[in-house]
Design a protein around this ligand. Structure first.
Ligand SMILES: [Cu+2]
Length: 509
């Protein structure tokens, strides 16, 4: 395996060494022989404003075409794709997705592709907005430490994907080499209050979702189209918590949504919203109104617009739901503002309907308590280790919380009055660790009293979470929003899981 890699590197090195020398030679030739004829429609020039997702450059106020100079740098970089999970991303502009480029129909785009000297691979760019062979790919093949330049006229307005097209193309795209370029129609797009950039892409790693450490690319999984991650903007949690998209009640939001693939088609949906307008496949005609879910092909895009009338958290998903809840394709839009009861009342009636799922066994609970006490005593002897482990668990647990629990218990653990109990300052949570582990493993229903208030709802079992995930998320909630408690260990969770009645645990696995 290692030896093969070395061999591959050598071949690649040789390949770009030759490619680079041809390029240098080609450049002097190109400069000598190819002269772009004067274009009377182009007035002046400007440097393109590039932004990283989720941000979008401002619309142009120009009434004429100009020469827009783009400098896009390719950087190969190791980054977190999820908490504790690293991946070597190949990027346009240092991030996944690549920088957003915005030009106007009729502009002359002078495109400069720079490949950072620390890169190991040559790269190029195929912009779907280009009319010309390879969308620019053939003119932009660039060895590490080199720059290529070519120019194109943005003839067709629309929202276009760009991506690397260097062989093996699938690998370059799978490593994150894609982004969006908007060629705005001459008349511009209708005015909105907020514009954001969201791009989906899937990742194929040797480890399963969440497996810690630096994860190598898995060619076999890529061929079989079995990704371990399906992500918005290149990382699990890139659009949740304090990184969520923001808007205010009454505003109009426009999302420029792309799909880098390399394989999957996205069923893009915002939970709790209806797209007032969709520009299907990134074209410039508002092609459909009142859409729930829009398909975005691999290597394609869509523009969606909607007004936000009701405050709250709206969740962006790929509605192929296991991708959302098990592979990372979740983002959030947080809308602030006054309640709007005319449009949405919140829950009005909460009557018991579901049969109750009993709480966990009691004899088993006692035995666990004894073992637990012994373990805790042993652990407390080494405080530094205990403290550090806890910090790490809290950080990891936050990720689990923001993916699994926040939908009900809300982002700040505040719950929903008379429906979902709070986790912040919850005596129910803090007084009995084992009970809270069982709550997650088995679910919880029937009347409970949390900090003096009675709740009678149903929490579904969440035993698809691993022992580590449950331990971490409980450690996080037991140490957030005013809570201050001991860490919960994966061993504790494992033990309790193994002692639960089998009928409950297995039916959800
Ligand atoms: Cu590339």
């Amino acid at each position: 395996m290692k030896r093969n890699l070395v061999k591959l590197r050598l071949i690649v090195l040789l390949w770009w060494a030759t490619a680079a020398s041809t390029l240098v030679a080609a450049e002097s030739q190109t400069l000598a022989t190819k002269q772009r004829p004067e274009d009377p429609t182009i007035k002046g020039e400007e440097k393109a404003v590039l932004t990283q997702a989720p941000f979008v450059p401002p619309p142009s106020t120009r009434q004429h075409a100009t020469k827009v100079i783009v400098h896009l740098e390719v950087i190969e970089t190791t980054r977190q794709s999820a908490d504790g999970v690293e991946y070597v991303f190949w990027t346009f502009g240092g991030e996944v997705p690549g920088s957003f480029i915005r030009v106007r129909e009729g502009d002359l785009v002078e495109f400069n592709l720079l490949n950072h000297p620390t890169s190991k691979m040559p790269h190029n760019i195929d912009l779907h907005a280009v009319t010309g062979p390879g969308g620019g790919a053939t003119s932009s093949f660039t060895a590490p430490g080199h720059r290529s330049q070519f120019s194109f006229k943005a003839l067709n307005p629309g929202l276009y994907v760009y991506h690397c097209a260097t062989a093996p193309v699938g690998l370059h795209v799978a490593n994150g080499m894609y982004g969006l370029i908007l060629v705005e129609p001459k008349a511009g797009l209708p005015r909105v209050d907020r514009e954001y950039y969201v791009m989906q892409g899937e990742f194929y790693t040797e480890g399963r979702y969440g497996e810690q450490g630096l994860q190598p690319f898995d060619q076999r999984k890529a061929e079989d189209e079995r990704p371990s991650y399906v992500l918005f903007n290149g990382a699990v949690g890139s659009l949740v918590g304090d990184k969520a998209l923001k808007a205010k009640v009454g505003e109009k939001v426009r999302l420029f949504v792309g799909n880098g693939g390399p394989n999957l088609v996205s069923s893009f949906h915002v939970i709790g919203e209806i797209f007032d307008t969709v520009y299907q496949e990134g074209g410039v005609l508002p092609s459909q109104k009142q859409v729930q879910t829009t398909l975005i092909p691999a290597g394609g895009s869509a523009i969606v617009e909607f007004g936000v009338e009701v405050p709250g958290t709206y969740v962006l998903v790929d509605h192929s739901l296991f991708r959302a809840f098990n592979k990372g394709a979740v983002g959030m839009l947080k809308v602030e503002g006054p309640e709007n009861l005319m449009v949405y009342t919140g829950k009005e009636v909460d009557a018991v309907y579901l049969g109750s799922l009993a709480e966990g066994g009691s004899a088993a609970g006692r035995k666990v308590a004894e073992l637990e006490a012994a373990r805790k005593a042993a652990m407390q002897k080494n405080e530094t280790i205990a403290g550090l482990t806890k910090e790490i668990q809290i950080a990891r647990g936050k990720q689990v919380y923001l993916q699994t629990c926040f939908v009900c218990h809300q982002t700040e653990g505040q719950g929903i009055p008379s429906q979902i109990p709070p986790l912040g300052k919850s005596d129910y949570l803090m007084s009995d660790t084992h009970r809270s582990i069982r709550a997650v493993l088995q679910g919880l229903s029937g009347e409970i009293v949390v900090s003096g208030k009675t709740y009678n709802g149903t929490m579904v079992p969440l035993n698809n979470l691993s022992d580590h995930e449950i331990a971490n998320v409980l450690t996080f909630v037991r140490n957030s929003w005013g809570n201050n408690g001991e860490a919960v260990s994966a061993e504790e969770v494992k033990r309790i899981r193994s002692e639960l009645p089998k009928t409950v645990t297995t039916s959800f696995e």
